[in-house]
Design a protein around this ligand. Sequence first.
Ligand code: GN1
Ligand code: MG
Length: 370
Amino acid sequence: MDHQHLASHASRFAINAPVAAVEPLGSGNVNDTYRVRTTAGDHYVLQRINTRVFRQPELVMANLAALTEHVEARHSAGTWADQSCDDRPWDVPRPIPLADGSANWLLSNGEAWRMLSFVDDATSLDTIDNPEQAQEVGRALGTFHRLIHDLPAERLADTLEGFHITPGYLAAYETERAGSQVERCEASRWCEAFVDERRDLAPVLEDAKASGRLQLRPIHGDPKVNNVMVCATSGKAVALVDLDTVKPGLIHYDIGDCLRSGCNPLGEETLDFNAVHFDLDLCRAMLGGYLSEGRAFLREADIAHLFDAIRLIPFELGLRFFSDHLAGNVYFKARHSRHNLERAQVQFRLVESIEAQEPAIRGLIAELCR
Ligand code: GN1
Ligand code: MG
């Protein structure tokens, strides 16, 4: 999209000065994200919400408003003990209203646009290089859970039905598999066999939820490593962004997603499938960081299902990527026709690595949660 078009959308929002520049930001697979700089030198985030995924953007924006109000209420009631490690308070991106005050998002030619506050002087990482970074990423998720644990479920709409319900993804995969016209190759046959061998894994968390062993709580939904913002000077986590999927769910989805993205040193986009592995040292640091903030949330049953979550969420994401490949790449942005097949292989290799290290991972969980 051209600069003039983007700048004209940006200028509809209540920003502090005229738009000076708009440039692409981040590497999200769903929404389109831009950084806006104003002539006053301030930054904002402009996003086009992918309405094929989020079919009711007004619900996404209402959830964001509910979250902002919740955070403000906790601040003013003094119930938010900020444990950030330096002088920077924990940041939560806020929606910026339209300049005419009529709403907090813009519908333009059938497209949904919104503006968010920018987390200044911070960066995000696509992969983790060392345990210090891993610990900060884990701490960020624990902080976020601590911040939203008392956000009442009834204030949050379900913005993405079926999100993280693995049996639902498995059923959708079966349909795609049966009807797909996409030509099969060695890699796709490998993926099909991989899923066939593990279909019994799919209901593990949903069964635990149905039986009452695990409970719904407010979650982030998408805490992959590049949604954690770290301070550019101190390296400390200062925000968790990408709040579209904040809704009631299992904290296991979040913990599994954070670990599957953060403990894969080669990242989601590697083509070196045979070298993909789940790094135990990073897992120790990340889980330790999470527990430093979130230990109080974990009951015995939660701990008992942590390994299941660590194995399930990469399996689920691999299944989602593979299904989307068979569907012709309709959900995740893809740069070429095999892109989602490649991404699926990465996640499935990660699952293999997790399975091969099951006793060590279970031992680590027991040790850290003692
Ligand atoms: C999508 O848009 P992005 O990149 O933050 C997806 C996540 C996946 C992730 C994999 C709403 O997140 O569930 O884990 O890609 N978000 C949605 O990279 O489906
Ligand atoms: Mg996202």
